[in-house]
Design a protein. Sequence first.
Length: 535
Amino acid sequence: MANIVQLSDLHLDPGSSGQHAILDSLVTVLERRFAGMKREADVLVITGDVFDTSSLPEREATESFVSLHDRILAALGGRARTVIVPGNHDRRRKGLLGPHGDMLFSALRRTLGKRAYVHGCDVPFLAGVVPRAVHGLPMSFIAYDSTYLPSGLISAGGIVRQEDLLRAGAQIEADPPDDPLLFVLHHHLVPTPLTDVGSIDLASAAGVLRWAVQRLLPRLISNADREELTMTALGSGTALSTLHEFGRAVLVLHGHKHYATARLLRGMVRTQGDVLIVSAGSAGTAEPWSPTTVGDVARLWPSFNLLETNDGELRVETVSFGYKGSSKSRCSQRSLVRARQAGATWEVEPVALEPSEQVGPRLLLNRSECTLSPCSSGRPRWDYTCKRQIVSHGDKPRRYAETIEGIVGAKVFVEGASAATHAVPARLALEVGGTTRYRLNSGVCRTVEESERVYGRRASPYEWLGIMNRYACDETTLVVEGLGDEALHAFGSATDLGTGIEQPLKLVRLPGRLEATLRNCPARTLLRIYWPLAR
């Protein structure tokens, strides 16, 4: 039996005081987990983005990681061997656009010495076979530096070169043919749910940069303002084909997108092997559910993956953990993979999505009633009024923050005793146990033409309103009124932001009214009602 811990996207920044609580909780949860199992971890794999930027002071940053690494190893039992590959943040110096730097990651390798196998300082050669004497696992092991982009400004992207893979493949030819292959890198080889549909987040960028990426660049490269264009590793298709042709059962571990997901790619030719791809969430950050700059929006818990192999059996679980308040160091565990290796194939058993334990408080009711009306300014947009109700189980939560989004320049007007006006995106403190009413003016597109004017020509010809669940809830309901003829073609969905899975949600259609309801709604779930824009 072998136990592997996969951490990814720590984004260490010694100057960030808010990160200490997350890292302390990470160590505590790992310690409790392995003490409870009465076992020790065999290998610790860190799949990139150790640091938040390569411009951090070398000594301070490396000492910060070494201290954290020592604490993690102690929590894992003291004997785990560590393998680290770089991420794009380990090489980028500043922002999405910017030059690369190798100094910090090279300093990390020197500092750790023989305490860890740090791959990624051998450019332009990108693949390395991790010796069995280092990892001690009954499998072949290839580490890959997907961050090496010798030219260009987009620093989030990556690359996988066929020649490097073929060279590494030749080096493992003498390994037992039935041994699986563990392939670790930072960037993903296939797009991940949710993250492959959004535009590049430029909320804090200068106006000229926003204009260049959103307006100018797409005129040169179609859809160049979309995040996935800069994120998936270049050469992924050829790389996957090569991995299939190794004729082994391949297990890919990666990070980068901060979501825990799993995908199985079958070999279609008799001599090909299957490729099982597992992604880890971020172990060092708490992700906001939407790319706004507003603080305290609903967040995805930090997480890591646990892998257990035993006589051909493979189990992968993702563990999310709280890091503040009453949820600090509490964890929720969810199965990602149950599989058995049979030669070059993976026989996969379906898993349940439900987590083993609820983290955070629970709501009795989360309800949003939205009434649309033509924009009062005469623009081809909607205004809407919203009635929000939050009812809790017991005395928690005592407060509930919600982020209201809309077209840039739209205004939110809160009614009642807390009357106020906010520009979107706006953070509202909803009344728990009562009703909050607000109005959003000119915040939702009404026509295809207006959507293209606001968001660009590649914008989706649909609009939506949604309700976000920060916490698990007995009953979540979204109501939309006033759509008119567009309501005939409306549809609903529920998106689990922890997995990226978006499932269709049946709407209740009443005269002038649409309702979407989800009972026993998990935390971090987004309900939406969509409709096609008018032409």
